[in-house]
Design a protein around this ligand. Structure first.
Ligand code: NAP
Ligand code: 3JN
Length: 339
């Protein structure tokens, strides 16, 4: 049996990747409806070798008969349209932060809390922030083995996290530098990103952390069902096209040898351990781009948190951090008979 699937934000970085991932994973799509803004109405996108026309999403759009709607058009669109799709019978898998902390909306990473998809109340399941997803996939096996009390994390986030226009921005700035021209003004990233590192993703909050950093704090607790886990994050944009990297410093509740952590992580679902630094083997964004797993390396004892571990965690932010995780959620919805 197949499903009637809608993609909202189909022309964006995440939307286009949804189509690739649905095709690669052979998700049972019977009918596909593509939506974006008025700007790209009429654009044609390919899925399984067939052409589909993108339609403008509007208050007049009919949402009847849709089984699953994959949303990636920003929080405003999700707040307005997800309830409309849901009240017409669809289950919405939403990629924005709009619904993530709503107690009636499950926030799901299939390797961590798959059972939560059954707790749908509003017809919406939220996909966590990309930086949270890769962190919790790496944390969960350690948490299950010895407990985790505190995490300090610094992120190195690629420009694709800020959308298709930010990718063009890094390209244009780099091209200008190569030609000896002056840099064009930044428009989609807070500061010049070429040859730079910018500790400013999303907006600053009253506590002087950014919204991106606080997403990691709050979403981790909700996904792990543990309000006692303390997370402190610094989120940094770096001139990388695809894949986010993270330096994690973890306080565990009980002692664990790095060798044991390596063994546990090697067996964990969705994790690939690449950890032989003497031979120059550790995860790199350029190798991880295009992959669906979370890559972990540099696993060692932490020198501040005792007992504790330090590790380096890398994942493709557009795939595992967004489209792949959302399609995995859709697969769970099918498996659990929710759709
Ligand atoms: P993007 O490349 O800028 O694409 C944005 C998409 O949203 C485009 O398809 C755009 O359509 C569509 N859109 C914009 N305004 C719209 C409107 N008024 N009505 C309908 N569609 C509209 O951005 P992206 O990287 O794909 O990310 C999109 C969203 O996904 C983000 O805002 C964020 O909420 C979420 N996201 C989540 C994660 C995560 O951490 N899980 C990661 C990345 C993104 P047009 O082509 O017509 O402009
Ligand atoms: O910047 C990144 O690397 C990830 C960005 C995600 C993002 C971008 C715009 C709006 C989000 C998100 O998923 O948290 C949002 C949002 O708040 O919906």
């Amino acid at each position: 049996m197949g499903y009637r699937v809608a993609v909202v934000g189909a022309t964006g970085e995440v939307g286009r990747t949804f189509l690739r991932v649905l095709e690669e994973r052979r998700f049972p799509v019977d009918e596909l409806l593509l939506f974006a803004s008025e700007r790209s109405a009429g654009t044609r996108l390919t899925f399984r070798g067939n052409d589909y026309e993108v339609k403008a999403l509007s208050a007049q759009t009919s949402f009847r008969g849709i089984d699953i709607a994959l949303f990636s058009a920003g929080g405003g669109i999700s707040r307005e349209f997800a309830p409309k799709f849901a009240s017409d019978g669809a289950v919405v898998v939403d990629n924005s932060s709009a619904w993530r902390l709503d107690p009636e909306v499950p926030l799901v990473v299939p390797e961590v809390n798959p059972e939560d998809v059954k707790r749908i109340r509003k017809g919406i399941v939220a996909n966590p922030n990309c930086s949270t997803i890769q962190m919790v996939v790496a944390l969960k096996p350690i948490y299950d083995a010895v407990g985790v009390s505190r995490v300090v994390v610094a992120t190195y986030q690629s420009v694709s996290g800020a959308g298709a226009k930010a990718i063009r921005e890094l390209e244009e700035q780099t091209r200008a530098w190569c030609r000896g021209e002056s840099f064009p003004e930044p428009r989609h990233i807070a500061k010049r990103i070429a040859f730079n590192a910018v500790p400013h993703i999303d907006t600053f909050m009253d506590n002087r952390y950014t919204r991106e950093e606080m997403k990691m704090v709050n979403e981790t607790r909700k996904i792990m069902h543990d309000e006692s886990i303390r997370v402190s994050a610094t989120a940094v944009r770096v001139p990388v096209f695809y894949a986010h990297s993270e330096a994690l410093h973890i306080e565990t509740r009980r002692e664990i040898a790095p060798e044991k952590a390596r063994e546990i992580l090697s067996r964990a679902p969705g994790v690939v351990v690449v950890d032989d630094p003497q031979r120059g083997d550790y995860p790199l964004a350029i190798d991880v781009a295009g992959r669906d797993e979370v890559f972990v390396g540099r696993i060692r004892k932490d020198l501040v948190f005792t007992p504790g571990l330090a590790m380096w965690v890398v994942a493709d932010n557009i795939r595992k951090g967004a489209a792949t995780n959302a399609v995995q959620i859709a697969e769970l919805l099918v498996k659990e008979g929710v759709v």
